[in-house]
Design a binder for this molecule. Structure first.
Ligand code: NAP
Length: 292
């Protein structure tokens, strides 16, 4: 039988993370008399975004948190959104704010992210969180890269000295991913739409992170034998950015799509919400669940 990559099972590891988060929530309830509260803000009614925000609230509630659902009309303006976010920032009962993105065209997404402020930025989207994370100063991690790091750690994938190739450089995925891998002592290459000879770069990688949004862009024959493939892509038809079947005979480990990166993203958001309440209230969560 030809060799076949082993699966990095994000669904299973996310359940483990959330079990730890549930213990943090119990501790916070004992200390503060209330559970953490995650507010989800959705602008418009994009079907995928509606599903994602519902999944995030459901996961929050599954570990004993409170969730608050805020929906604004597609026709809402940047100032409507900034006003809503400002109210949530001031609300002492809210510990974390998730602004589901992308927001509709015409809304200033960066201004909206910045309105969340560092304290309640449990999705890790503000400039402050990015800077603190990049400098190793403990900012909230952007949830998808943060979730990928937790998944790699759970399977004890060695990182120090390895060559990681991140394909994609978006502010919420590719860029923070590269920073977290650099902090883990990888040698990091970042590829993007202007990169020449993507196949050659990917072929040189010990670890490939696909974060593009193009179905099956990363081909199996590009993968160096024994490399680890993490596919953050999620495209129409539940297809990732890597050709899963083509990668299987060459990779040593690979994430399935779905069931790989997606559940880890949500688990990281929920866990960071518990950590956020711990920081705001001064309740120590050391030794409980996953550590920030
Ligand atoms: P994005 O903002 O559209 O960024 C895509 C990146 O890919 C850009 O940096 C772009 O380069 C690069 N790119 C585009 N075409 C390329 C090509 N042919 N070769 C090399 N690079 C190319 O997307 P994103 O928000 O980062 O999301 C990427 C994927 O991850 C999507 O499938 C999305 O659905 C998925 N995602 C999954 C989760 C999850 O929880 N599983 C969370 C977030 C996103 P330029 O910068 O040069 O334009």
């Amino acid at each position: 039988m030809p060799p076949s990559a082993q699966l990095l099972d994000g669904k299973a590891i996310a359940q483990q993370v959330l079990a730890g988060t549930a213990r943090k929530v119990e501790h916070l309830v004992r200390g503060a008399g209330r559970p953490p509260c995650l507010a989800t803000v959705l602008v418009g009614a994009d079907p995928a975004s509606v599903t994602y925000t519902r999944m995030k609230r459901n996961r929050a509630e599954s570990v004993g948190m409170i969730s608050r659902k805020i929906e604004l009309a597609h026709s809402g303006t940047t100032s409507d959104l900034l006003r809503t976010l400002d109210e949530l920032v001031r609300d002492e009962a809210v510990d974390g704010i998730l602004l589901q993105h992308p927001v509709p065209p015409g809304i200033d997404e960066r201004a909206a992210f910045e309105a969340i402020g560092p304290e309640k930025d449990v999705d890790g989207v503000t400039l402050h969180s990015f800077g603190a994370m990049a400098m190793g100063l403990g900012g909230f991690q952007s949830c998808t890269p943060g979730g990928i790091m937790r998944l790699l750690a759970a399977y004890e994938i060695p990182l120090a000295g390895r060559h990681a190739v991140v394909v994609g450089r978006s502010p919420i995925l590719g860029k923070p991913m590269a920073m977290l891998l650099l902090a883990a002592h990888c040698t990091v290459t970042i590829c993007h739409s202007r990169t020449r000879d993507l196949a050659r770069h990917v072929g040189d990688a010990d670890l490939v992170i696909a974060a593009v949004g193009r179905a099956r862009l990363i081909r199996g024959e590009w993968i160096k034998p024994g490399a680890v493939v993490v596919d953050a892509g999620f495209n129409e038809g539940n297809v990732g950015d890597a050709d899963f079947e083509g990668c299987l005979p060459r990779a040593s480990w690979i994430t399935p799509v779905p069931g790989g990166v997606g559940p880890m993203t949500i688990a990281t958001l929920i866990d960071q919400t518990a950590d956020g309440m711990g920081r705001r209230t001064g309740i120590c969560l050391d030794g409980i669940g996953a550590q920030p």
